[in-house]
Design a protein around this ligand. Sequence first.
Ligand code: HEC
Length: 110
Amino acid sequence: MKKQLLILFSLLFLVSCIRYKKLVADKNAITETDASRANEMFPGTTLADLQKGKLIYDANCGKCHKLHQPDSRSADSWNKIVPPMSRKAKLSQEDESLILRYVVTMAKKN
Ligand code: HEC
């Protein structure tokens, strides 16, 4: 009996972990709402642009230091930081622009 209970609790624990992970992943996902917000600041920006920006950001901006989460800073500070950091990361203008649109759109709201 004790063993069955243990198994039951382990299963419940596992399920809650998986659900929590999904919740966190959803929270970080970029949505159409973000894309329309992006469009107000950067006309013509699509959801795909933001997703591409995230990929380039994740691949290039955590090499020398930890990957700073976009919502750790305001849009203002991202506007100041991204250009010099893109020089450091030796990114193209195109990649810099995609990163900027992604982090500014997902920035901390002030
Ligand atoms: C070649 C190494 C290197 C790469 C690649 C790099 N950084 Fe940095 N980053 C640094 C160094 C060094 C500092 C700390 C000193 C400074 O601020 O210049 C820093 C600091 C920062 C900070 C903190 C600045 C502050 O004032 O709090 C942010 C945010 C940042 N980087 C973002 C980025 C982003 C975005 C990218 C990708 C485009 C990136 N970094 C790529 C080296 C790098």
